[in-house]
Design a protein around this ligand. Structure first.
Ligand code: SAM
Length: 176
């Protein structure tokens, strides 16, 4: 979440928030956050952590493909390590882009196409991996200005404790 570290807090939605690591981080920095996921179990864990850390986060159990995202509502729309099917993206990305308020950002962070050959973990089907130039073009077509579209290489600790290479895409697009 280094990417939003310098941004003034506002309203954020964490799409497919899982156990809420990003939503909680944002809330700890003053953001008013809604975390959405269709897993009640994941959101219950996130809620328990929020309570333990005395953080106010809104939790919504919903399928992000069918829920209505309010237009122009959020200063940050975040989706991290969420892998919609290719057939789901043509509806989802416009809905997420449409939820960005003027001056706000859409931030997508997930496994990059290069992770297939140069990194560990993540989906092994290239259709679920992000391609920064293609995605940037898609978001520009939705009326956003892409300010960052990068392939980012890092090291991570795998479940078995070994150090592995991971290649992610980080895309930020703003609504002027
Ligand atoms: C790999 S986890 C990532 C969680 C979190 N964003 C993070 O970075 O830690 C993917 C999450 O997407 C959620 N998810 C997948 N499809 C979804 C859908 N259609 N609607 C809501 N949540 C969904 C899963 O329940 C899971 O919590």
């Amino acid at each position: 979440m280094k990417e939003v570290g310098a941004t003034s807090p506002g309203r954020a939605i964490d799409v497919a928030a899982g156990e809420g690591r990003h939503a909680l981080w944002l809330a700890s920095r003053g953001w008013e956050v809604v975390a959405v996921d269709f897993s009640e179990v994941a959101l219950r864990r996130a809620q328990a952590r929020a309570r333990a850390d005395a953080l106010a986060v809104g939790f919504v159990v919903a399928d992000v493909h069918t829920m209505r995202l309010p237009p122009a509502r959020f200063d940050l729309v975040l989706a991290a390590f969420f892998h919609p099917r290719p057939s789901e993206r043509p509806a989802l990305y416009p809905a997420m882009a449409g939820a960005v308020a003027p001056g706000g950002s859409l931030l997508l962070v997930s496994y990059d196409k290069a992770n297939l050959t140069e990194g560990a973990g993540g989906p092994r089907d290239p259709d679920f991996l992000l391609d920064p130039p293609a995605l940037a073009e898609e978001l520009e077509a939705l009326g956003l200005d892409v300010t960052r579209a990068d392939t980012v290489r890092s090291r991570a600790t795998a479940a078995d404790g070994t150090e592995v290479d991971v290649v992610n895409t980080v895309i930020r697009a703003v609504r002027r």
